[in-house]
Ligand binder design. Structure first.
Ligand code: SF4
Ligand code: SF4
Length: 142
């Protein structure tokens, strides 16, 4: 019994002087590892236009059938090419964060981001749309 107490106090003392590994979350955040795959990001080009050309390859590559998109003819104000994704959605509860969508994209329009704060209060927020995914988005919520 006494031996167990001594061992216990010794363990406590030993760890009291080691650097702490906990952080005061959510006020403090730890950086994610470089290869961490969090919430996706839809990119813009150097002119601020959407990079996605609505080819649908990401949706085809997705093993969880989590991506839904609708293509629209483009007048050059949204995207540099002839088509853009009028609707682009990722279903959060289906996504397994495998990164296949990023690998499949021929124009580097979608990237796995670092955001890991994915909890929501409403089932309506289970779907990310362009307003959630697009960098610098000024897209009205669908
Ligand atoms: S990360 Fe994987 S599961 Fe999630 S949307 Fe991309 S391809 Fe689908
Ligand atoms: S994100 Fe990439 S792969 Fe997916 S529809 Fe847009 S251009 Fe195609």
């Amino acid at each position: 019994m006494i031996r167990a107490l001594v061992v216990g106090f010794a363990t406590t003392l030993r760890h009291m002087f080691k650097p702490k590994v906990t952080v005061n979350y959510p006020h403090e955040k730890v950086p994610m590892f470089p290869k961490y795959r969090g919430k996706q990001v839809l990119m813009r080009d150097e002119n601020g236009l959407e990079k996605c050309v609505a080819c649908g390859l990401c949706a085809v590559a997705c093993p969880a059938d989590a991506i839904y998109l609708e293509a629209e003819e483009n007048d050059g104000t949204v995207q540099a090419g002839p088509r853009y994704a009028k609707i682009y959605q990722i279903h959060k509860t289906r996504c397994i964060f495998c990164g296949f969508c990023e690998e499949a994209c021929p124009v580097s329009a979608i990237f796995m981001g670092k955001d890991y704060e994915l909890a929501v209060y409403s089932k309506d927020d289970f779907i990310w749309d362009k307003a959630d995914l697009l960098v610098g988005a000024e897209v009205p919520k669908a």
